[in-house]
Structure formats: structure tokens, C-alpha cells
Design a protein around this ligand. Structure first.
Ligand SMILES: Cc1ncc(COP(=O)(O)O)c(C=O)c1O
Length: 360
């Protein structure tokens, strides 16, 4: 049976299995900040009603300037999108009918948006034996055939952050041969802004960086993201966007979110603490765990499909890896939730591991 492609839709998973969803579901398959949206968003909310009868700013202000200020870059280097998802679709248009390199296992939307534009995909699969580390040499050797390479930093579903030196060697070689590089930094907020490539993008006109507001600020429903690139690239992308692509409420919420320094620091601390605890727990039970630096991790239990379905029955939704090439269903991904939820998950997993051992 083919499982739903994305996390974050637990009811669809139960439907697919023909199971009745339990009244209480703990969803570890999605990776948003468990703290929920910043308090400032709730304070702003009642005021947003007055914006309903006005068209939004066509460039996504005040969010656009907020993002530029946040990174200390010119507004001309930024484009706002209806989620990173819209920007991926827009960016894929640049490569219509050409060739792209996608490094797996990774986020499925790169291929989905590229294939919709007739792009031919060269797939490179990071090796499990090598801990899914970025296969730099293979990428360097393949660049000459491609118009673009997509890299997810940190990568979804492994959580691995590529080494800066590795990224730079790919970016330099790509620049020399006229290949563009798309970096997806949707989860970099949970690591450290200093790890972002945005500060360097001015030196590399062939690099496009995509950011999402969804994950850190827990606002998947509002749809907001942005991309950073050379002003000429941004101008071209803007010319292809539908007018008013970012709604006025989203633009106001996004600007407020970017001011929330203390909220971000707390989220990074929580993600680190819970990821380390969960990693240790899973390794103690004999699982291989990806070397994640962000707010999710993937692990390989003895029988992933069984663990996945056994947990579903108990209202625990993990993310399967059946559509992640290179993991092929053998891994499960866990998003870091509240400490209480993580404790509950460890309790359920302990019971499962003990029961499996008993059945051996
Ligand atoms: C790696 C990665 N990039 C981008 C996105 C899309 O983000 P958005 O909600 O801003 O469209 C996701 C969503 O799951 C993701 O996992």
C-alpha cells in the first residue's frame, strides 16, 4: 500500500489504512515548533480583521523589508512567497526543459515542481553506510551535465547540515561551469543563523536560497516564505509571480515573527535538548540515528513498517520514509514536540522494543 507522501496530514494516514483515528493523536510526523505561533501573533490577530477589505502590498510588505532587515541585505535581493512551496514552483520554471541534480533522500517537492516543468532529473543518492553525508565528489563530477543542483541544508529527512567547505566547493565549481545552486534552508532557523548562506549570496549570483516561515514560527496555515538571490534573479522571479501572491494578513504576521529573538532562542534550545535525549534513547535501543542538527531526526528500527503501524494504532503518528529514496521505508522520522509528548513517545517506544525482543 502506498502511504501519503507528506507528514502533517495524520487523518489521511488513518484513512489510507482504513483505520479509525483515535480521539487523541500525537503527531510527530510534522516538524513545526511545538511552542505554537509567537504570542505577538495572537496580540496582532484582532487588528488583522481591518485589513480584510484592502488589497495587500504587491511585494509582500511589511514582511519583505522585515526579512531584508533581519538578514541585513537589500530589499532587492528578497522575494516573498505563499510558502516556500510557491517559490519552489516559481524557481523550477527557470529550468524548464533542462536538467537538474537532486540529492536523495530529500524533500519530495524539488522533484515534483521540477518534473511539472519538464525538467530531467539526475538523482544522486547519499549512502546509508556513509551516514547519508553529502556525496560531494559525486555531485562535483555530475555538475557539468546540469543547469541546477538542489541541496537541502539542513536536509529533510536526515537533519544533517552539510559542511560549509563542502557547500563552497560545490558552489564554486557550479559557478565556473554555469550551473545554478538552490539551497533550501527551511529548517536552518533551528540551528543558528550563522550557518545560513544568505550573508554570502551577494558574492554568488548563481545561488538561490529558499526560506520558510512555517517551521520555526509554527504558521503552516498562513503560507509564508521568501527567497534570497542576486537582484537580477529576484527581478526575473518577481516578473513571473501572480500579483498579490502573499496575503496582507500573512505579510503582517511574518514581519512580527521576525522580531521574536527570545522565542527563537527558546525554540533552538528545546529542539537541541529533545533531539539529544531522543538520539541517546534510540541508540540505547540499538537503532541507527541520523546525525541531525535540527528539530527532527530519522532512525532505523528493526522493523520500521511494523513499528509505524503499531504506533498508529496507539495514536502516535511518525513519518514513514517509503518515498524517501535511499531510506526506502527502513527509517522513521520524528519531529521534536513538547517535552511531555517526547516522554510519552519514549514510553510507547520502550514498550514496543521490549515486546519485539520478547517475540524474537
Ligand atoms: C525541506 C522543506 N522545505 C520547504 C518546505 C515547505 O515549506 P512551506 O510550508 O513554507 O511551503 C518543507 C515542508 O515540509 C520542507 O520540509
Amino acid at each position: 500500500m502506498q502511504l501519503p507522501e507528506h507528514g502533517a496530514n495524520p487523518r489521511h494516514v488513518y484513512e489510507k489504512f482504513g483505520m479509525e483515528a483515535p480521539a487523541e493523536i500525537n503527531d510527530f510526523s510534522e516538524n513545526c515548533n511545538p511552542a505554537g505561533p509567537p504570542r505577538a501573533v495572537f496580540e496582532l490577530w484582532p487588528k488583522l480583521i481591518s485589513r480584510l477589505n484592502a488589497y495587500p502590498d504587491p511585494s509582500g510588505e511589511p514582511f519583505l523589508s522585515g526579512a531584508a532587515n533581519y538578514h541585513g541585505i537589500p530589499v532587492s535581493s528578497v522575494i516573498a512567497g505563499n510558502g516556500a512551496a510557491e517559490l519552489f514552483s516559481l524557481i523550477a520554471e527557470r529550468y524548464r526543459g533542462k536538467q537538474a541534480i537532486v540529492v536523495h533522500p530529500t524533500f519530495s517537492e524539488y522533484e515534483a515542481t521540477l518534473q511539472a516543468k519538464g525538467v530531467e532529473i539526475t538523482r544522486i543518492v547519499a549512502s546509508e553506510e556513509d551516514g547519508f553525508k553529502l556525496p560531494v565528489e559525486t555531485i562535483l563530477n555530475s555538475l557539468s551535465s546540469a543547469s541546477v543542483v538542489y541541496l537541502c541544508t539542513p536536509n529533510n529527512p536526515t537533519g544533517i547540515l552539510p559542511e560549509r567547505a563542502d557547500l563552497l566547493s560545490i558552489i564554486h565549481k557550479a559557478g565556473e561551469i554555469g550551473c545554478e545552486v538552490v539551497l533550501d534552508e527551511a529548517f536552518i532557523d533551528f540551528i543558528d543563523e550563522s550557518k545560513s548562506f544568505i550573508a554570502q549570496v551577494k558574492d554568488f549570483p548563481h545561488v538561490i536560497i529558499v526560506r520558510s516561515m512555517t517551521k520555526m514560527y509554527a504558521i503552516p496555515g498562513i503560507r509564508l516564505g521568501y527567497a534570497v538571490a542576486h537582484p537580477d534573479v529576484i527581478a526575473k522571479l518577481k516578473s513571473q509571480l501572480p500579483h498579490w501572491n502573499v496575503n496582507g494578513m500573512a505579510a503582517a504576521i511574518g514581519a512580527v515573527c521576525l522580531d521574536q529573538e527570545a522565542y527563537r532562542i527558546a525554540a533552538i534550545g528545546h529542539a537541541n535538548e529533545e533531539r539529544k535525549k531522543m538520539t541517546e534513547f534510540l541508540k540505547h535501543h540499538g537503532c541507527t540515528v541520523t546525525d541531525s542538527e535540527t528539530n527532527f531526526l530519522s532512525f532505523k528500527p528493526p522493523n520500521a513498517r511494523k513499528l509505524y503501524t503499531d504506533m498508529l494504532k496507539q495514536g502516535i503518528v511518525l513519518r514513514h520514509s517509503e518515498n524517501f529514496r535511499g531510506m526506502d521505508g527502513h527509517y522513521l522520522r520524528i519531529g521534536m514536540k513538547s517535552s511531555e509528548e517526547m516522554e510519552k513517545l519514549r514510553g510507547k517506544l520502550t514498550e514496543w522494543f521490549e515486546n519485539e525482543r520478547f517475540l524474537e
